[in-house]
Design a binder for this molecule. Sequence first.
Ligand code: HSE
Length: 414
Amino acid sequence: MSKELNIGLVGFGCVGSGLYEVLNKSKLIDATIKKIVVQDPYKERSISKTNFSFDINDILADDEINTVVELINDSDEAYKIVKKALESGKDVVSANKKLIAEHLDELIFIAAKNNASFLYEGAVAGSIPIIRNLEEYYNNDSLTSIEGIVNGTTNYILTKSNDGVDYDTALKEAQKLGFAELDPTLDVDGFDSKYKLVLLLKHAFGLNVAPEEVQNIGIRNVTKYEIAYANEKGYRIKLFSKAEKIGDNVVGFVAPHFVKKDHFAFGVDNEFNALVVEALFSDKQLFIGKGAGSYPTASAVLSDISALKFEYKYEYRKTSEDSQLSFTNDFFLKVYIGSPFVEAINQIPFYRVDELFQSDDYAYQTGWVKFSELEDYNLNHRKEISLVILPEPFKGSESLFSGKLERHRVALEV
Ligand code: HSE
């Protein structure tokens, strides 16, 4: 028997209005939107004003509404709404990755206590059904890594930059197309990708990792010089969220990467997202699809709504008190660091330098850095420093260096 769903929809922006259309057009799901609550009574919308109310209690206090679909931008407000809805035993669907990454444990607890379901497929990689696959299909400990592009805005900007469009124009287009967050800093500085990675870490490895523990380096400082370097070497630049199990450790981070032509992400362009899941026996499996935009994200939300008809809940079977796994930032990466200022490059501690280049107006250095040390340099806010990861697997210190580990401070000539 499937459950009868009476939906309270919170938010009617890009995804909310998309969901309204998709749900009404699709005869596949028998669910009714009983109320829609929005914040701004004066905003022009695609359907008549009479469809809206402006007080969240019209949904929260309505006992006939058993399903709250939360699709607003403000993650603090969304947190309050989701919490109250779960506390009153209503099932909740949300696509708000920031809210979920910041409060996941608490919300899981509240949902379980009130026998409610909390689903959020639309929060990670738009239309790609990655959460439910990690949860159900990869329901064992054989996963070894998950990596990919989970932000449509930055992939759109990087694709356009490669075609010669400047950064600001590309960002404006991404905003117009409904891909970017209200505050696009979240996209370009890698926060959005980080929140999504936190959810992937939970469902792939059962790890509870706070967003503050994960380092995110975005694409804000990728310049024409990095694009030129990529073209010269036959690479493309992509913003990756990565997590990999190394022994009892899981490393995870967000940063721009140079990718080679034979890499799965090389031809993944515009707002498309792609993830590769690697497991011990199946080897690599690729998921690809639209990662942002009204209908693609709405399709994932719709799928969650459909799952609620059968009272589906995530079970978090990989989260266990006995787990030996722990999250770490302690590993080495091969990076490219470019800057118009040699002094800026020389500030970054390299443990091995592989390549140096210096011209009148730009310099770069490639080599191995300790990832945890990069945090001290606040790279998203150092406009003069561009960091892109080179296509080499990351390593623990033992495998990279024999003998004493020393910082290599002598680099380009000032
Ligand atoms: N701003 C997000 C992106 C929206 O560009 O991917 C989808 O989560």
